[in-house]
Design a protein around this ligand. Structure first.
Ligand SMILES: Cc1cc2nc3c(=O)[nH]c(=O)nc-3n(C[C@H](O)[C@H](O)[C@H](O)COP(=O)(O)O)c2cc1C
Length: 178
């Protein structure tokens, strides 16, 4: 099984959570033989050269990000031939219950209504991001915590890293073979 090539991780986002998870997925996917581009969905004009695609979206009021809807619509022909995995980042998945999964998966399923051949090989569901910087701050002694609070945040926020890495490993195998 050939595992080399290039993959795309693309996302729509209102805030920073989905972008942070997309970056974590890309980092977990990348290897010596597999390069990974991370790009906002609205900036992707062409899927030529990608052997697989991972699409990430947040949810607002049960709806997926418009950029992701448009991405699937715009690339529907190419997506027939490229394996796709999808992940959602949303508050509901902070409580990973069968009901919440069903609701979020129901929202994601609307993506494939116009493009049934492009059904994802895997779906990742992540609760709204935990913020490592804030978690780290809580562990600092009070005086240092006050000083660090005035510093600029270092970056985005991330869902639980272990969950993202575990899902990415499974999605990788389904996208391009284990
Ligand atoms: C106006 C608004 C509506 C939201 N609606 C939902 C929702 O219906 N279901 C859900 O699980 N999360 C909902 N959320 C939570 C977002 O999905 C969550 O904050 C997500 O991490 C945002 O990702 P982003 O930072 O990449 O934009 C909502 C958040 C906002 C601000």
């Amino acid at each position: 099984m050939v595992r080399s090539g290039k993959m795309l991780v693309t996302y729509g986002a209102w805030g920073v959570s989905t972008r942070g998870v997309a970056a974590a997925v890309a980092e977990a996917l990348a290897s010596d033989r597999l390069s990974v581009d991370v790009r906002p969905a609205r900036e992707v004009d062409n899927l030529a050269g990608y052997r697989a695609v991972v699409i990430g979206t947040p949810l607002q009021a049960g709806r997926l990000h418009e950029d992701v809807r448009e991405f699937v619509e715009r690339h529907r022909t190419a997506l027939h031939d490229i394996p796709v995995a999808v992940f959602a980042v949303c508050l509901a998945m902070k409580a990973d219950t069968p009901e919440n999964r069903r609701d979020v998966e129901g929202s994601l399923a609307t993506l494939w209504e116009a493009c049934p051949e492009a059904k994802p090989v895997d779906i990742g569901l992540f609760g709204r991001a935990a913020r490592p910087r804030e978690v780290a701050l809580q562990r600092l002694p009070f005086a240092r915590r006050a000083r660090h609070k005035n510093m600029k945040p270092l970056g985005g926020s991330y869902s639980d890293w272990d969950d993202v890495v575990a899902w990415t490993a499974r999605a990788h195998d389904r996208l391009i073979g284990g």
